[in-house]
Design a protein around this ligand. Structure first.
Ligand SMILES: [Zn+2]
Length: 109
């Protein structure tokens, strides 16, 4: 029995182990299974990024709609709060778009 570093967390584990005892990363020798695992991981990552950008957009539009609503009724604090929400949504959206862009670039390599 030899000790090998885990590809996920880097801690030493038995080369006979099926899963890492530290991070529960599944160790598969079969390259086909490994690429399937990677593909599933990528699909999960891209769908979570899309969900994030969607939520950010809702936050931005919601904040903006609220802000313009309060602009008419003239309520001070809530207007500022909704503008902050819109700003956070916008920043979050831009960051997520950049992450998606980097993610797609990574795929082509
Ligand atoms: Zn591990």
């Amino acid at each position: 029995m030899a000790l090998v570093p885990c590809p996920q967390c880097g801690k030493r584990i038995s080369d006979k182990a099926q899963t890492c005892q530290h991070c529960e990363h599944v160790l598969v020798d079969d390259p086909e299974k490994l690429s399937t695992q990677r593909r599933i991981h990528r699909i999960k990552k891209s769908s979570s990024l899309i969900t994030h950008s969607f939520l950010a957009l809702i936050l931005f539009i919601g904040g903006l709609a609220y802000s313009s609503w309060y602009a008419e009724s003239g309520m001070g604090h809530d207007k500022i709060a909704s503008q902050v929400v819109a700003l956070v949504g916008l920043v979050w959206y831009v960051v997520t778009r950049i992450r998606i862009m980097m993610f797609k670039r990574e795929k082509q390599v």
